[in-house]
Write a protein that binds this ligand. Structure first.
Ligand SMILES: NC(=O)c1ccc[n+]([C@@H]2O[C@H](COP(=O)([O-])OP(=O)(O)OC[C@H]3O[C@@H](n4cnc5c(N)ncnc54)[C@H](OP(=O)(O)O)[C@@H]3O)[C@@H](O)[C@H]2O)c1
Length: 510
């Protein structure tokens, strides 16, 4: 055990470089690889965060060779990297480590060839048997790949190196399938080798929730049922389903957004201070929050949830077809593209404080934020201003865009006997003047460093699904909604406003 003080041992984790290793990407010819993963790796290389000998092996069906694969990735980086066009010399040295292994996920001989290639890279590039397997594939492929990795001894490293596996979302589609997948994974890998990714946790602004709460003394004493009226968590998208209609129609907003991203945000906002900033201590506290959330029973869905599906409309001045007319979507689809949800965290800190979650597609703006609304003053001192004219204090943590934190409070209008809301603003861009790294940069680096703090543990995933699955069951059993029920480009169905109005509250206007 190191005798360094806690913040240095666990906390800042600045500037560490991983040991030499190979990242094997299953699904290497897909969208995620070109759009996110390889641009992230390239930017890590640009910032000198990757180890010498760092290598990538792409695995997919297309019969490419190394040169073709490198060209596809180069195009992907040029189109998607936050740092703009590729630096030629840097790319040349980065691309030397990139290889492609064609094969089908269910073909054992492809894994035998992969094992040979990895052994060869260990020798030639000094990667020491250290491997990350990244499952960037359709979720149906996960069990096959995991089984084959085990069957070919690729779940453990030769030469005393390490092996880790990153699993993309969706991790299951209900509690039973998530449990089954966990069993399949853990029959081959040990839990500390497993990195279930939720890219929201890699966002700087999301990591800052913990810093904001636990590195500052002033807010934490207010962070409970005595001072907080309610919390609103919003993730709004100003896009339809684009070309993912086929996938989305079997998923919906509850599974695609709430089960993972919004539940993780809720857990970070509501958790107790962990005993240290290490992976299990943080995840222990998050899972306690998830377990403390009162489960919505199937027969209660009408009280605690509201759902919607978008109709034709316009987004940013462009027409958008209705959800049911999107490619890959059932014309009679009952899949929700909007959800509002009320949850209660039943513990001493939060009893009685509602957490409202909402997420939807085809809304007017792309915006994610967490708003803590505080209780109003108990009595009004300023007789000229009626109580109902006073707006409550709100602390808004803006995750995207305009990343920052805003505190709203009442102020006297100069020269007039009136009180108006004003804000104190912190903006990342203004305060730090540097672009934040992409979530995937941080998460890939953390995995190579063996730090799973920002990845989801088995019990967290299952705790979250155990809340989500009964809601789905309730929806299946309840009469069909009059879908579609909101116009693309509006803020969701009117039933969502009525849902809040029943509690005497309103959704924040964003
Ligand atoms: N795209 C995103 O922005 C995004 C964001 C978050 C999470 N994800 C998750 O990431 C995963 C991948 O998404 P994606 O959008 O990249 O998918 P995608 O574009 O459909 O790519 C799928 C990849 O899997 C390969 N593949 C499929 N079946 C195969 C088989 N039997 N044998 C070998 N290779 C096979 C395909 O290779 P060939 O085409 O060469 O056969 C392709 O490389 C999904 O789980 C998704 O939910 C994606």
């Amino acid at each position: 055990m190191s005798d360094l003080p806690n913040p240095l041992r666990h906390g800042l984790r600045i500037g560490r470089t991983p040991e030499p290793c190979t990242v094997v990407i299953f699904g290497a010819s897909g969208d995620l690889t070109s759009r996110k993963l390889v641009p992230a790796l390239y930017n890590l290389a640009r910032e000198r965060r990757l180890p010498g000998g760092f290598s990538v092996v792409g695995f997919a069906r297309r019969p490419w060779d190394d040169a073709q694969f490198r060209q596809v990735l180069l195009d992907g980086v040029n189109a998607n990297s936050r740092s703009g066009a590729v630096e030629t010399e840097l790319w040349a040295s980065f691309a030397e480590g990139i290889h492609y292994q064609p094969g089908s996920f269910d073909d054992p001989s492809a894994y035998a060839r992969l094992a040979e290639r990895l052994a060869e890279l260990d020798q030639r590039r000094g990667t020491g048997g250290n491997r990350v397997f990244y499952l960037a594939t359709p979720p149906e492929a996960y069990p096959d790949i995991i089984r084959q990795l085990g069957a070919h001894g690729l779940n453990q490293s030769p030469h005393g190196g390490w092996t880790r596996i990153i699993i993309e979302k969706p991790f299951g589609r209900d509690l039973a399938s998530a449990q089954a997948l966990n069993q399949q994974v853990l029959a081959v890998f040990e839990e500390p080798q497993v990195y279930r990714i939720d890219h929201y946790l890699g966002k700087e602004t999301v990591q800052n929730i913990m810093v904001f709460r636990f590195a500052n003394g002033i807010f934490e004493p207010l962070w409970d049922r005595r001072s907080v009226d309610h919390v609103q968590i919003t993730v709004a998208e100003n896009l339809g389903v684009e070309d993912r209609g086929g996938y989305y129609d079997h998923s919906g907003a509850l599974r695609d957004m709430i089960q993972n991203h919004l539940m993780q945000l809720l857990a970070l906002v509501a958790m107790e201070p962990p005993v240290s900033y290490d992976a299990d201590a943080v995840r222990d506290e998050k899972v306690k929050v998830l377990r403390a959330i009162r489960r919505i029973r199937p027969e209660e869905v009408a009280t605690y949830t509201v759902r919607g599906q978008y109709d034709a409309g316009s987004l940013s001045g462009r027409p958008l077809p209705g959800y049911r007319d999107e490619r890959g979507v059932d014309p009679a689809s009952q899949t929700e593209t909007y959800i509002g949800l009320k949850l209660f965290v039943e513990n001493w800190r939060w009893a009685g404080v509602p957490f409202y979650l909402r997420s939807g597609k085809a809304l007017p703006r792309r915006v994610s934020e967490i708003a803590i609304q505080f209780k109003t003053v108990p009595t009004m001192l300023f007789a000229e201003t009626p109580m109902h004219d006073i707006e409550p204090n709100v602390l808004a943590i803006k995750l995207q865009p305009d990343e920052g934190i805003t505190l709203k409070f009442g102020s006297k209008v100069p020269g007039q006997p009136q009180i108006r809301p004003v804000t104190m603003d912190f903006r990342y861009g203004t305060s730090f003047g540097v672009a934040s790294p992409e979530a995937y940069e941080r998460l890939l680096l953390d995995c190579m460093l063996g730090d799973s703090t920002l990845f989801t543990r088995r019990d967290e995933v299952e705790a979250s699904w155990s809340l989500i699955t009964p809601i789905h069951q309730g929806w299946l059993a309840s009469p069909a909604q009059p879908f579609p029920n909101y116009e693309a480009g509006s803020w969701g169905p009117t039933s969502a406003d009525e849902f809040m109005a029943r509690d005497g509250r309103t959704w924040r206007r964003l």
